[in-house]
Design a protein around this ligand. Structure first.
Ligand SMILES: Cc1ncc(C[n+]2csc(CCOP(=O)(O)OP(=O)(O)O)c2C)c(N)n1
Ligand SMILES: [Mg+2]
Length: 328
């Protein structure tokens, strides 16, 4: 595998950032400091991290309602993210979007999205824009297993394939759409088989193995950059928390979570780094402390920022009524 020690270290830091950002967000939500819904990505970190490790700043991603991991992996700023979760004016959307609407055009982050399946078509659109511009950018489209039952998945896979768009469809198959297990929402086990309907390559990999994700998405990215069209990469993974914070997960069979806890991607990369002398125990401890501090700084920034003002509710929106001065 073509990967430098520096890249491995970066991927480790990214997974730590996601895990620690979300663990803190979980506690802050429980304390009542974060309004709205929070859908956590804990347990799935290797997928976003391994995929985005192949991308440049000018490449695009589309995200989902479970978007913190994607945004952090694509280089999103922890302070602006935490402030957005808090509803503060220093947040990515000036506190008006919350967890499910974080975007950063400067990093190619086309937005988290509360509408299941919306990202597919945005990704195809980004792919078409890239094709028009004749650059070698790509767009990675992240989405869940249940969203592959939406028409948008099929429409965008079809057009991306016919037009050979530079899109990499990354399915995060965590086995559930809310409380409905995959066996109850679709008659297939591997989502990747759906690629054949659109005559594009489709693979299924262990989404908790960061190197498998890095490699499979890497191959798809290099094909897309060369104008050879889209790929569907299905990453099997699992969300440790409920669908949203507050979900009691009564629908989970006994032992299922425990089995997945054993496949935690973070100790897996630590073991790899120790065995290959990439990082020592002490360096791993230092990295953890450094990321802890980044999260503390992000929280402090969010705490100390102002809540979005009432007046700002009428700024950055489009409405005929506002234009005409009928709403003040
Ligand atoms: C168009 C639309 N339909 C339904 C919902 C309600 N909803 C929110 S998340 C979700 C399930 C998504 O499951 P999946 O795509 O597997 O993603 P995961 O939550 O497992 O990451 C549903 C049905 C929605 N937000 N948007
Ligand atoms: Mg799912």
């Amino acid at each position: 595998m073509n990967i430098t020690n520096e890249q491995v270290k970066n991927m480790y830091q990214t997974m730590l950032k996601i895990r620690k950002f979300e663990t803190r967000a979980k506690d802050l939500f429980a304390e009542g400091k974060i309004p709205g819904f929070v859908h956590l990505y804990i347990g799935e970190e290797a997928t976003a991290t391994g995929a985005c490790a192949n991308l440049r700043d000018e490449d695009y991603i589309t995200s989902t309602h479970r978007g913190h991991g994607h945004i952090i992996a694509k280089g999103g700023d922890l302070k602006n993210m935490m402030a957005e979760l808090f509803g503060k004016e220093t947040g990515y959307c000036k506190g008006k979007g919350g967890s499910m609407h974080i975007a950063d055009a400067t990093k190619g982050i086309l937005g988290a999205n509360g509408i299941v399946g919306a990202g597919h078509n945005i990704a195809a659109g980004a792919g078409l824009a890239i094709q028009y511009k004749k650059t070698d950018q790509v767009c990675v489209c992240f989405f869940g297993d249940a969203s592959t039952n939406q028409s948008t998945f099929h429409e965008s896979m079809n057009l991306a394939s016919v037009w050979k768009l530079p899109v990499i469809f990354v399915c995060e198959n965590n086995g559930y759409g809310i409380s409905v297990s995959q066996a109850r929402h679709q008659a297939i086990t591997d989502v990747s088989v759906r690629a054949s309907a659109y005559n594009m390559p489709g693979v299924t990999i262990d989404g908790n193995d960061i190197f498998a994700v890095y490699e499979a998405v890497g191959e798809a990215v290099s094909r897309a950059r060369k104008g050879q069209g889209p790929t569907l990469v299905e990453c099997k993974t699992y969300r440790w928390r409920g669908h949203f914070e507050g979900d009691m997960t009564v629908y989970r069979p006994n032992g299922e979570l425990d089995a997945w806890l054993k496949k935690d991607p973070i100790p897996r990369i630590e073991k790899y780094m120790l065995e290959n002398n990439i990082m020592s125990e002490a360096e791993i401890a230092n990295e953890n402390a450094a990321v802890d501090n980044m999260i503390k700084d992000a929280e402090k920034f969010a705490e100390e920022s102002n809540v979005a003002s009432l007046e700002s509710a009428l700024v950055d929106i489009y409405s005929d009524m506002v234009e005409e001065g009928r709403v003040r």
